[in-house]
Design a protein around this ligand. Sequence first.
Ligand code: FNR
Length: 372
Amino acid sequence: PPLNRILSLADMEDVAKQVLSYRAWAYYSSAADDEISLQENARAFQRFFFKARVMRPVSHCDSSTRILGFETTLPIFVCGSALAKLGHPLGEINITKGCAPPKIIQMVSSNASLSYAEIAAASTPSQTLFFQLYKHKDDAIALKRIREIEQLGYKAIFLTVDAVVPSNRERDVRSPWVLDDQETGIKVYNEGEGAADTTDAVLGVAGALIVNDDRDMTWEKTIPWLRSVTKLPIVIKGIQCVQDAILAAEAKVDGILLSNHGGRQLEYSLPPLEVLYRLRTQQPQIFDKMEVYLDGGVRRGTDVVKALCLGAKAVGLGRPFLYAQSAYGEVGVRKIISILEREIVTTMRLMGVSNIGELTPDMVERVDWQPV
Ligand code: FNR
């Protein structure tokens, strides 16, 4: 369909489902086991309702903010997701180019299907790129990757901690494929012995990608090590409970990304929005110590605004960017950003809010019923 018929992120997902190969759709859309966390990530947003204020001036409405000090026109960012080339020959570069004019920050996956240099080269000088780190079990190899992305100008490290082992993603496993295959020309970084072998019928794509990663990371060892080797801001991606948020604050990281990997890792991991709500209720002071973000199931401007009311500095989206670039390339990416912008600004105005700083916890209410 022509791009002007795409009115929502759900419309974009429908188009992606039609154009993607079966295996690409399986890899992008799948999640762990019975995909309960995947569904609940989205459903959690339906339990939070707004308490809008009226009779407030909103003709001027500013949706811009900062993430780790870096400017963004909207309180959203692209979450690092592997293998964009599975969906479109230009892969991650579609996302980089689509984010440039609207000034949206892209987090690039350790398992990107283009080199970190190619992606950086596609960005404009005023654009900000973050890097998602899967830490290799060999510190020296991990360090090599960190040095590379520092030199390329990536501005922050998001250390993923919720994927120490592969989960069970049955739709992915049922459609095995070979990483270096002719059809896609995909080549992923996978240094070290025992490099990715995606022909393993049990691991699936997901498992093969993280086979050399560090399974023994700890607060005591890994964070001080990371701090000692880099000056870049450090964000922990994959915090799933209040207790670990406290430990992250004590470890003095720059931020945490509340995430269950889009429901792709631990099945029955709480929806990140519920974790954010608990953090806001039980540990309100933590939001002054570091930035808190959320990802998982964000598909509407209202979702974004709800998370911001509860204290998130910004929210990440994973699948929507993969789907948009698969369906329409760079312009698809720009399209979903403009849809989200309209939805976010409309929501803010209808809530009587004219800038991000005015979004506060008393503007949302958690209800104990779920709309049908
Ligand atoms: C991911 N995600 C992910 N996370 C990460 O830290 N490194 C990675 O390489 C990947 N790869 C990846 C591939 C695909 C196909 C998906 C869908 C997701 C997780 C991602 O960063 C993010 O946490 C979720 O995608 C957020 O949920 P939504 O927005 O997809 O619902």
